[in-house]
Design a protein around this ligand. Structure first.
Ligand code: ADP
Length: 313
């Protein structure tokens, strides 16, 4: 009886060991079988419209069962490439072709406005609105053109030493002229006469103008905007601080994407927005080797920070 029980236990044990070995073997086999699928999945999840040229998956070494699917996938990527290229070309052509007539229209509106002092105030007002709208359209086209040039790797952004204090003062001059009712202050009294950074002076002015324009647009009329420059080790930080409505926390990462407007942020009457400005700022800053970030609190205001590498030359 004792022998029978012992034999039974041995048999049970060997069955358990066999089962466990089978489970382990199955797990190893499944890992091996699904490895190519996992690798393909991770390649697919990294695909974006601007890196389609690297999205094609080679069939070499892939399991035979997966090859027809990958062939179809590669065909789809090629079709997407053609349509993305057409889309970029379309945006670039449209913005380019629209700009010349628009500049002519703006020129004529301004020349009428400048000469017609005795014009009825209602007509003057209508012409001023047309002038403002033409300016806005021109701005939007220029933004679209910059983005499509960047997509086509045709945008020229310098990476050379320049004095950023000059650029900040230029941005201040331009924006104070564009928004005469706002008080825009630049605090650079703690700095030497010049601070050198690596990048493109025109691009920095453009980024600052963009951020100051937003600060004005999303705050009360006639509000104050504070500009700051700070040197921190090898970096130079430019801040644009407003005391406006602020941006909800869950929207702060989204606003740097193209055509995105933050949910919960409202525009004043008469103002308009395209959702392009911050994506251009981001693209320009990254092209200069820098970056842009935001800190914001509802009802308190927003602070955008641009960062560039300091040049010690
Ligand atoms: P636009 O202002 O033309 O919509 P942007 O890309 O410059 O485009 O900004 C994206 C969105 O981010 C805006 O629509 C707005 O919702 C929000 N935003 C940007 N700057 C500010 C700011 N200073 N205060 C509050 N919201 C802002």
């Amino acid at each position: 009886m004792a022998l029978f029980n012992a034999l039974n236990r041995v048999r049970l044990l060997s069955e358990i060991v066999l089962m466990l070995s089978l489970v382990v073997l199955l797990a190893i086999a499944l890992t091996y079988i699904f490895r190519p699928i996992r690798s393909v999945r991770s390649r697919i999840s990294n695909i974006q419209l601007n890196n389609l040229d690297t999205a094609l998956i080679s069939l070499d070494g892939q399991p035979v069962e997966l090859q027809p699917i990958l062939t179809e996938f590669n065909r789809m990527v090629r079709r997407l490439e053609v349509s993305a290229q057409n889309q970029k070309q379309f945006a670039s052509t449209i913005s380019h072709e629209f700009r010349t007539p628009l500049t002519v229209i703006s020129g004529f509106i301004q020349s009428v406005l400048n000469r017609a002092e005795d014009l009825d105030s209602r007509y003057r007002e209508s012409l001023s609105i047309a002038d403002k709208e033409a300016f806005r359209l021109n701005r939007m086209l220029s933004d679209l053109l910059d983005l499509s040039r960047a997509d086509n790797h045709q945008l020229k952004v310098l990476r050379e030493p320049f004095d950023c204090i000059k650029s900040c003062r230029e941005a201040l001059r331009l924006t104070q002229f564009a928004f005469p009712k706002n008080i825009i202050k630049l605090d650079d009294s703690h700095l030497q006469d010049s601070v050198w950074v690596i990048g493109d002076p025109d691009c920095l002015v453009k980024c600052l103008e963009n951020l100051i324009g937003n600060a004005v647009k999303y705050s009360e009329a006639e509000s104050t905007i504070d500009l700051g420059i700070d040197v921190k080790d090898q970096l130079v930080l430019f801040t644009v601080q407003d005391y406006g409505q602020g941006i909800p926390k869950d929207q702060q990462a989204r606003i740097f994407e193209r055509f995105v407007r933050a949910d919960g942020v409202t525009l004043r009457r008469g103002e308009s927005s395209s959702g392009l400005g911050l994506s251009i700022v981001k693209m320009l800053m990254e092209s200069m080797g820098g970056n842009v970030s935001v800190q914001s609190e509802i009802g308190v205001g927003s602070r955008f920070t641009l960062t560039l590498q300091r040049s010690l030359s």
